[in-house]
Design a protein around this ligand. Sequence first.
Ligand code: FAD
Length: 405
Amino acid sequence: HEHVVVAGGGQSGAQLVSSLRDEGFDGRVTLVCAEPEAPYQRPPLSKGYLSGTESDAALPLRAEHFYADHDVRVLPGQRVCGVDGHARRVQLADGGLLDYTHLVLATGARNRALAIPGADLDGVLSLRDLGDARELRKRLAQADRIAVIGAGFIGLEVASVARQLGTRVLLLEAADRPMSRAVSAPTAEWFAAAHRRAGVELHHGCQVGELLGRSGTVTGLRTRQGAEYRADLVLMAVGVRPNDEIAAQADLAVSDGIVVDEYLATGDPAVSAIGDCTRFPSRFAAGPVRLESVQNAVDQARCLARRLVGKPQPYAALPWFWSHQGGNKLTIAGLADHADRFVTRGDPATGKFSVWCFRGRRLLAAESVNRPAEHMAARRLLTAGRNPTPEQAADLDFDLKHHAA
Ligand code: FAD
């Protein structure tokens, strides 16, 4: 009898079990969830849930009865802590064993910690799961000044929410601009200015060297450059590391992520991996990539579910992403990593524009700020491999939607 065991009940694990049933899979399905809650969405944790506009009820990915209705066995608060690929059996944290015919690693990622003095002081937080979000929400309500370390998406989103709540915000970034790994310079600079206008004190090019405290509680920080700042709450938002250890222990290839092929298969035909924990080949990138997005988690899960019911297709979905920062909506289609030419469409001063990223004359990505229709057009263009010229992309009179159709 077939038995699919899924390690990890996050965005990709939850999607996989539901897609398996949608595809007509009638074997056993077990979802091993390290967290105590049934699978929920993470994006609101740094947005509406943190600001208080979204409640707990809005978080679950599926209704409570969904799993029972679809004959999915959920093991909350349980982890897969070892894989025996020869026996096709996983070991659970409580000592239990589960035999599988197929194992799916959907273990996600965890926050990277900065190994600096003071990192263990009370009031130093990070944000990945619901427990973290509840703690941050509670502390934010009492804080006078939060120092956010790292101006990536999560750092910027939390900074925006904190400003909305009236908290003073210090935001420190080691690179020379926010979101430096993910977006082009024009987009990053526009957001830097928007956050400053909202009252965020943003400093680039500074590395935090030490967190300062009194009686075990954080009171501020010192940068490597020698500046000192006061803060009664600190959020470390310096990126994530993939949860790939159980794969490595099972002798599967890992390289900052579990290495899979275009079918999301590992070197063991009975083990696949999906979501934030994977490194995979993408036709939209120069080399194998690891992505952290809802789109990637969901689309990889759907792709794998189809393979597991005998309809294999390479994973070829277009990467896209969104981030909401203080009323501004950033949407990204494609991957701009190796772009060398950027054209702006629309006037950034109006707060509505997009940046089209090319390599030579080949379109790689588009970043849209408060321009949802252009984002949708970019998704269609990139998926279809239709390539407006840089001149067309910059020309507001050129109808991109029509070109995409
Ligand atoms: P996860 O959702 O992280 O799920 C992995 C699960 O596996 C976790 O519950 C983990 O505890 C569990 N686990 C780990 N190891 C084991 C084990 N050995 N056994 C059992 N269980 C295990 N993406 C966007 O596209 N847009 C956004 O606006 C956005 N905002 C975000 C805001 C926040 C605060 C965060 C944290 C993420 C955000 N993301 C956003 C990213 C998005 O949520 C992730 O890319 C997505 O959740 C990845 O899904 P996943 O299933 O790979 O991993």
